[in-house]
Write a protein that binds this ligand. Structure first.
Ligand SMILES: *Cc1c(COP(=O)(O)O)cnc(C)c1O
Length: 390
């Protein structure tokens, strides 16, 4: 019920709205990805890299002081401990191995904060592939360390000067590049967005998160499901990975937390499920923040990874069918939650993950409730922001 259908739709959301020039490229990917992903030798190569290179399985940590504070049993899925500091590497490992099997020689990617750019440049260095990363000029300037990392890893970083010069514009530019190089180039998309089959493919690569969660809960608690899973939503990939194996488990409530920015009642927000309307962006139909006449509204969040005007089609569908509950956390609430985790557990979270943590204060739990928060990344990249506000 929550799987993609053969035309690439999750309910009314998804599809592949692409220019003619990309048709055969995307068609080939669509026809081959399932068989390649299910091939045992592909799985073995990916699993080996996830274990020895990324450092999986990531721990499921029982946060005792945080649990006491919120009156329930809180477990953190520690994606922050992965190589390169977030869940994004799970996906780039999968896509680079896929690109190699498809005979591609040139990799392109878009990036906002630079996390997906770094994860892509990393796997390109690993596999000796040419790597081009499109990044809005505003982001290039405010995420200097990640730009330097990408360059050190051998990637070319192209600052994009159109529009707001942020993630949406970088994605437009990557799409344009893809149209000019449809044969030799593989586009590694960083979230569960883009034309079919990307949303489904990225969800499958991230589903390792809930696959491990099931085993870890079974070992720790003798039951393999939690009562709640909380995850932040930018494009939706860490949440899709954390939810995947529980989509058909009615005992688990799925909580998606969007970035409210300065508030969902202001113009400075990135809550695209709560405020968006049906539209098409970057190749798929989903909920998009837009004006009456369909112009994209520039999103705002303190967290660059959540600063996107759309959302993956899976999450639009989960929200519309009532399978997920969507909450929004403001900049201020995320900062408070980040400080709380830091002081109570000695873990500095990414600002994106801090939005998931902020969801804890919006739910009334019972003492025996088992709550998993997907800690999607670590806070190193956000130190400047933390120092400025706290
Ligand atoms: C990029 C990023 C996100 C947002 O992307 P999703 O695809 O929604 O997961 C969340 N957390 C971290 C740490 C990120 O780097």
């Amino acid at each position: 019920m929550y799987q993609v259908n053969e035309n690439g739709y999750f309910g009314e959301f998804g599809g592949a709205y692409i220019p003619e020039i990309l048709f055969s490229n995307v068609e080939t990917l669509k026809n081959q990805y399932r068989a390649i992903l299910e091939d045992p030798s592909f799985q073995q190569e990916v699993d080996q890299l996830l274990a020895d290179y990324v450092g999986r399985p990531s721990p499921l940590y029982h946060a005792k002081r945080l649990s006491e504070h919120y009156g329930c049993q809180i477990y953190l899925k520690r994606e922050d401990l992965n190589h390169t500091g977030a869940h994004k590497i799970n996906n780039t490992i999968g896509q680079i191995v896929l690109a190699k099997r498809l005979g591609k020689t040139r990799i392109i990617a878009e990036t906002g904060a630079g996390q997906h750019g770094v994860a892509t440049a990393t796997v390109c260095a690993l596999m000796n592939m040419e790597c081009i990363v499109y990044m809005g000029k505003t982001d290039v300037e405010r995420q200097e360390l990640n730009v330097q990392k990408m360059r050190m890893l051998g990637a070319s970083v192209y600052p994009v000067t159109s529009g707001n010069q942020t993630l949406k514009d970088a994605t437009n530019e990557a799409m344009r590049d893809w149209c000019s190089h449809p044969v030799d180039t593989f586009y590694i998309i960083g979230s569960t967005v883009g034309p079919h089959p990307y949303p489904d493919m990225v969800e499958r690569f991230q589903s390792v998160i809930s696959r491990e969660m099931k085993e870890q809960l079974q070992t720790k608690l003798g039951r393999n499901y939690p009562d709640y899973i909380l995850a932040c939503i930018g494009g939706g990939s860490n949440a899709a990975g954390a939810f995947h194996h529980y989509l058909d488990e009615p005992r688990t409530q799925l909580i998606a937390i969007e970035a409210a920015g300065k508030g969902t009642d202001t113009d400075e927000t990135a809550a695209s499920i709560l405020l968006g309307r049906l539209g098409i962006l970057h190749g798929s139909k989903s909920l998009i923040m837009q004006t009456e006449d369909g112009q994209i509204i520039e999103p705002y969040s303190i967290s660059a990874g959540l600063d996107y005007p759309g959302v993956g089609p899976l999450h639009a569908h989960l929200a519309r069918t009532g399978r997920s509950t969507v909450l929004a956390a403001t900049d201020a609430e995320a900062l408070t939650a980040a400080m709380e985790l830091t002081r109570m557990e000695g873990i500095i979270p990414a600002l994106e993950s801090a939005h998931a943590l902020a969801g804890l204060s919006k739910i009334t739990f019972k003492p025996e409730d088992v709550v998993v928060v997907n800690l999607s990344g670590r806070g190193d990249k956000d130190m400047d922001t933390y120092l400025r506000y706290i």
